[in-house]
Ligand binder design. Sequence first.
Ligand SMILES: [Zn+2]
Ligand SMILES: [Zn+2]
Length: 351
Amino acid sequence: MGERGVCVSGAERCRSDSVTIMPTLKQKKKALANPQSAAGVTLVGWRGVTVEVPEDWSPTAVSGEGASGYVRIASPDTRVLEIKWEEARGSKADVPRALARYVKTLERAARKARQTLVWRERPKQLSAIRPQRQRPIPYAWEAGRKAYGCIWQCQECNRLVIAELVGEPGDDLSLAPAILRSIQEHGENSWTTWALYGFAVDAPSRFALEGKILRTGHQCLQFRERTRSIQADRWGLASVVLRSVDLKDWFLSQQGGRLNRYRYQFEEAEVNGHPALRLWGPERPLPGLMRALGALFSFSWPAWWIRGYVWACPQANKIFAITSTERKRDQLAEQVVGRMRCHEASGAQSC
Ligand SMILES: [Zn+2]
Ligand SMILES: [Zn+2]
């Protein structure tokens, strides 16, 4: 698992240039004991790895580009979930070898802190948490803090994954089996799920994350594949925002500037049972010289069409917008919107 393995304790050990420390967004505080009840669970998804955690837990650090990755998710108390993965060769020895390296890292850290590492392999609380074909080795350790974790290798994507829930000696780690069981280390059918703070978007796997805005009232994820792009936005407090202005005017006040390059129009549509606006239009023709300059000085080659959907979800009290810049015949925005669930079917608050 590389030099560090999963952090033994605290954040500092995991900080490196490739890890982004995430902002703290105001979240609903709802203590939930059972992560399997749909109402109390939120999905966190990063670079193809997804996990279900209680909805008041938040990602606090994520890795950048690359074959290996890292996500840290913190509870409102002192429990922390860490998931680390890397592309492996796929040989049978990978899992035990990586685990042995990790135990050494833990032992070294314990020695430094003058603590004794108590290591248990395959504790009965963690039996049958991963499919056997992934050759999982669940474990538990104690050394100042305590943890339940598992290491495995996916036969399909070859990712070698180590995930553990760490807490203080008095912490209740009974969520560990459900959380470890919920981890998926690759997307499905060339779609990657990105999910942060309850905002979940599926993007085609060949699209890379280009930018993100994560504020309490507005989250935005931007994806790009060469000249094509997808932007997913979510704003809070829809009922307050839309009290005095209609959805179209409000959306244009937010993103009208970005749309100026296009000769777009709106029409009525429906998303997940909500009234929605569909927008589409071709790029405005630019004089040849400006087009050439734009291409020289901008990373983004002029796109041909913009398409998108904007809608308010009363169940979640949020406004959503998915826009794509694409070729005339592409269906990017339609496909992304078609895979989105803006609210739980049960009518739960999470979106
Ligand atoms: Zn996999
Ligand atoms: Zn909805």
